[in-house]
Design a protein around this ligand. Structure first.
Ligand code: HEM
Length: 453
């Protein structure tokens, strides 16, 4: 088979196999396919030579240990930290106090009871998207849906309503560009001091985001901010005399939430609609169930528990196409995992929902799209760490309820009225931004048809 036990290094781990070949090159070429192949061939702990000695973990107890039980020993990696240039210290890339304090401040605003006003707001954005759809059109579904989730995120986190669509677009464009150039800078071979094009552009978009956010904060403060958007909430949780550090804190959290708030859920909704296009029986069933629950009404919070089919379709989509496809951690001090694998300090750990969710012993016939894997009984019978689209432990996605609401409400409005039909082959998946996977070049071409036409 051509593999060897990792046992010759001082930092050797027990039970971890090191596959042959150039792991860095394989990760650059097609990281999702490479990790899946590693997990399938070599088991639940695979030793990889990346920038640092790294372990791909696919064992449920090991994953629970890293994400939850011993989470304090596993920090985010340099990759996430590299985004501090643009996004500062947001929840995603902070550690210790800098993470715990804002997480505690923000958490209540993401819980169910704080989200009652969301379904009508989401519905407005979905209706605006559908108003631009015409029977028989071919369109880029990924782009159409992402614009919709950007609108929801802009309203929820930046307080930019429907009448400020141009400003939301400007934020979207600046965040996208800043992100793109940060990744280009990190992937380039250049030394830190060299003013390369990616570095210059990263700075330019960072400054643009600084200016745009500062203006927004000034406006919210001037308005006396009793609004419910998250930026106003953040402002209210600040000390009265704000100094520049507070300003930075506000900027970083507002931008971090805005970005996290549209990207993975935009991908999830687009993929869910695509899966429905490929599975007409599931599509018809979902449409009928939503029609039965809602009739012609727009969904409210009270309807959400009854939209069970939409919940299952969304869950199965995030099993098979999890947009944050991998999570990385740095080992702080030496540790031994429940499986017996020993990890040295400074090693890297990779946990991939994409590979985990394809374990045939956890999800039989894993390539098959089957929302019935998420009946309440099936969920109860499964270890919660076998399905981790939102991560787990103290750093579990703070936006999980928000994302679920966006997904369920959007599907419940779209599915009974529109049929999505695939055009051409299924889009290839790429991971160009490092954190999430998306259809190649963000293109997912489909034809849309009104069901009542
Ligand atoms: C389908 C949609 C979403 C998915 C699949 C998703 C997934 C994830 C995952 C896997 C993590 C953990 C990353 C890690 O442990 O390294 C995470 C963290 C996070 N997510 Fe989400 N997310 C989604 C939507 C959202 C939304 C709507 C928000 C709203 C703001 C959000 C905000 C965050 C934040 C702030 C963190 C960092 C939490 C922390 O470290 O304390 N996410 N998300």
């Amino acid at each position: 088979m051509g593999w060897s036990m990792a046992g010759s290094d001082a930092d050797a781990a027990v039970n971890a196999v090191r596959p042959p070949g150039d792991h860095r090159a394989a990760m650059r070429d097609d990281p999702m396919a490479f990790l899946l192949d590693c997990a399938r061939r070599y088991g639940n702990a695979v030793r990889l030579d990346l920038d640092r000695p790294s372990w791909l973990l696919n064992d449920v107890d090991d994953i629970r240990h890293v994400l939850a039980k011993n989470a304090l020993n596993y920090h985010k990696t340099d990759f996430q930290v590299a985004f501090t240039g643009v996004f500062g210290h947001s929840l995603i890339n902070s550690e210790g106090q800098a993470h715990r304090v804002p997480r505690k401040t923000l958490a209540p605003h993401f819980q169910h009871r704080a989200l009652d006003a969301m379904p009508p707001m989401i519905a407005r954005h979905v209706e605006a998207m559908l108003a631009a759809w015409s029977h028989g059109d071919e369109l880029n579904l990924a782009e159409s849906v992402m614009r919709m989730t950007v609108g929801v995120s802009g309203e929820m986190f930046l307080g930019l309503g429907a009448d400020e669509a141009e400003r939301v677009d400007a934020f979207y464009e600046a965040v996208r560009r800043a992100y793109q150039w940060t990744v280009a800078r990190m992937r380039g071979p250049w030394p830190k001091w060299l003013p390369t094009q990616p570095r210059r552009r990263e700075r330019r978009y960072t400054r643009l985001l600084d200016d745009m956010t500062r203006q927004l904060i000034d406006e919210r403060r001037a308005a006396g901010a009793d609004a419910r958007d998250m930026l106003s909430v953040l402002i209210r949780s600040q000390p009265a005399a704000a100094d520049s550090a507070d300003e930075r804190w506000l900027r970083d959290h507002a931008l971090g939430l805005f970005l996290a708030g549209y990207e993975p859920i935009g991908n999830a909704i687009a993929w869910a609609l695509y899966e429905l296009a490929e599975h007409p029986d599931i599509d018809e069933r979902l449409a009928a169930a939503c029609r039965h629950t809602l009739g012609d009404r727009t969904p409210t919070m009270a309807d959400v528990p009854a939209l069970e089919d939409a919940r299952r379709v969304l869950n199965e989509t995030m099993r098979i196409d999890p947009s944050p496809w991998a999570m990385a951690r740095r080992v702080v001090t030496d540790d031994t995992l429940p499986s017996g694998v020993r990890l040295p300090a400074e090693a890297r750990v990779i946990i991939s929902p994409y590979t985990l969710h394809r374990r045939a012993d956890l999800f039989p016939d894993p390539q098959r799209f089957d929302p019935q894997r998420f009946t309440p009984d099936a969920e109860k019978a499964r270890d919660p760490y076998a399905y981790i689209p939102f991560g787990g432990g103290p750093r579990i996605c703070i936006g999980e309820h928000v994302a679920r609401l966006m997904g369920v409400v959007a599907l419940a409005i779209i599915a009974p009225r529109w049929r999505v039909c695939a055009v051409g082959p299924r889009p290839r998946v790429e991971t160009t931004n490092g954190f999430t996977s998306q259809p190649a070049d963000s293109v997912m071409m489909v034809r849309i048809e009104r069901r009542d036409a």
